[in-house]
Design a protein around this ligand. Sequence first.
Ligand code: ATP
Length: 364
Amino acid sequence: MKRYRIALIPGDGIGKEVVPAGRQVLEAVAGAESGIGFEFEGFDWGGDYYRAHGAMMPDDGLEALRGQNAILFGSAGDPGIPDHITLWGLRLKICQGLDQYANVRPTRILRGIDAPLKRCRTEDLDWVIVRENTEGEYSGAGGRVHQGFPIEAAMDVSLMTRAGVERIQRYAFRLAASRPRKRLTVVTKSNAQRHAMVMWDEVAAEVAGDFPEVGWDKELVDAMTARMVNRPASLDTIVATNLHADVLSDLAAALAGSLGIAPTGNINPEQAFPSMFEPIHGSAFDIMGQGVANPIGTFWSASMMLDHLGEPEAARRVMEAVEYATADPKLHTRDLGGAATTAEVTEAVCARIAAGAGRPLATA
Ligand code: ATP
């Protein structure tokens, strides 16, 4: 039996509800004659830890994560702590510290989900957005001087390196080449940002030369929002900068039916460090503690994690159970217009995984 060490970081808000639910699903997979097992280690980092210790995670926190095979993360965000502290002190610290430079966000309309685009068929929307995850607009470069005076000045520098741009473009082209349609759209804004974004375009064209089998095009980020709504079937794999992809992937999640469904992986493709998987939603303090958070985004993230660990059959098993649940309106949580609780959805998904133990899975 293969055993994987998994770090669990629930973080804040509903992260504390959906990560334990994700653990239950992984335990169900482990028990389902899959030949794999897990050793979980929990880390209580986040807003409460900050209040007690003055930091979102300990100084040697990254060391504790390095020995894990993967990380399942909930969310970081607390109404009592400024957002830039919660974000930079935990999630971005882990992404940058473990060189998780590719943020991968699949979007599909799962079975039974009523998505808002009425002219879009389910098969028209099947995207993977690849987000540069360590530099660009969120490089952290910049400064603020003369605070409180009329001459106060502040700047955030969008820093792009050729190495950083090339590795994310290469990852995106490779991913596009592995998907049936072999299509990549490179999102840009080189008409207005005439330095780094022009380099971004040039590097894309250079890398494209190594992937003749991939059909690719370029789209300005503003035009991209309209294309996602009006011509979803024209898109497959998408690569964009840190900020552009951040915005586009929230739009993608909404177009697929709910923020509560969408998953993401922060990937270190070379596997030199563990990768981290998380639902894309935030801490959602408005529904925290009520037991109504949709755990599907976390389950899909757990499935991505299994794929990344080299367990595609287990990953498929989780997604089959997830779509079994989404197909049943009685198992829809409030964000999907239903009344199911987190626990009910989790139990149904775990039961489905157990029921399918040892048998090949039906395709969705
Ligand atoms: P943060 O500041 O941490 O990003 P937020 O509350 O501003 O948190 P989200 O957590 O992304 O932003 O939530 C936006 C809205 O979507 C909220 O009204 C929230 O209740 C809802 N929502 C987000 N995730 C879920 C989920 N998993 N299940 C149900 N509703 C959700």
